[in-house]
Design a protein around this ligand. Sequence first.
Ligand code: ISE
Length: 334
Amino acid sequence: MAVRIGMIGPGGMGQAHLDRIRTVIAGGELVGVSDIAADNVKTVSEKYGVRGFDSSAELIGSPDVDAVMICSYGPAHAEDVIACIEAGKPVFCEKPLTPDAESALRIMEAEQKAGRRLVTVGFMRRFDRSYQEMKAVLDSGEVGETLIIHNRHRNPTVPERYTWDMAINDTGIHEIDTMRWLTGEEIVSVRVDKPKKTSYRFEHLQDPLILIMETSSGIWIDDEIFVNDQHSYDIQCEAVAELGTIRLSDQQVIERTGKIGRHHVLTMDHNERFGAAFVTEVQQWISAVAAGEHAGSTSWDGYAAACVCDAGVRALQSDGWVPVEMIDKPDFYA
Ligand code: ISE
């Protein structure tokens, strides 16, 4: 029997998941949606031919819903995730689990009280083949110790409602999680460098910026976050190790040759660039729910990333290094 899924906050990201669940992902079936925007509930429930719930609480409590996907705005996640835990329902929560560490801590407490891992955080890059190959080489020891990792995270544009802290807790959080996973280390301190700002978008943003992170063994990681580059969704990563470097190759799907020469065609958004990773991630989650198991990133990963984000947001407003404050990892997440 298919896992009956209720989705909270089916915006662009949520509907991309729903389209994949309907077409290429097996074992899941959408049964209902809820949203703080009533008109979106109407539009999406009609589009997918499913029930529109009046509230997230009603969706979570429904006996027709086996598992919940939360794709709403980050600050709205915590209460719904905790309600899912209290209802004993597995929940896939899009990143960020929460934009701040304090609410992620409350989620971990609720989950430990429930006594089983119910929360999966949507950190999709862990499922991307090129990052996985990079990790396999680093883990093999073939290139020695990792010393530095350079990242670039570029978006064509962001909307005006994108606030300056989102550069860290909505965009940079991808590298924060991926770097924890890639190195197997926690990030202990962060700094934000602020270069000249682009004139091509909103004055209220520090764009681009460079997030610098240091891991527990001293690996130095930089992340250029540039969310209005005007031309592409361009994700780059290069690890510099003692005996060699490894970098993601250009993520082109095709290469074009014409009057301007030969060039790679770059992706324009995360669904295009990480489409395959999203499929693998959600497929694993649905298969795990059907088997009564847990898959993917845990609340601990969501919490650890939120701790780094908290320090990063503080670093945005200061000039020096900011230490990352984090509790010890509970045995429950070992
Ligand atoms: C967005 O929420 C994402 O997850 C994208 O991957 C990222 O590139 C973008 O900056 C975020 O706002």
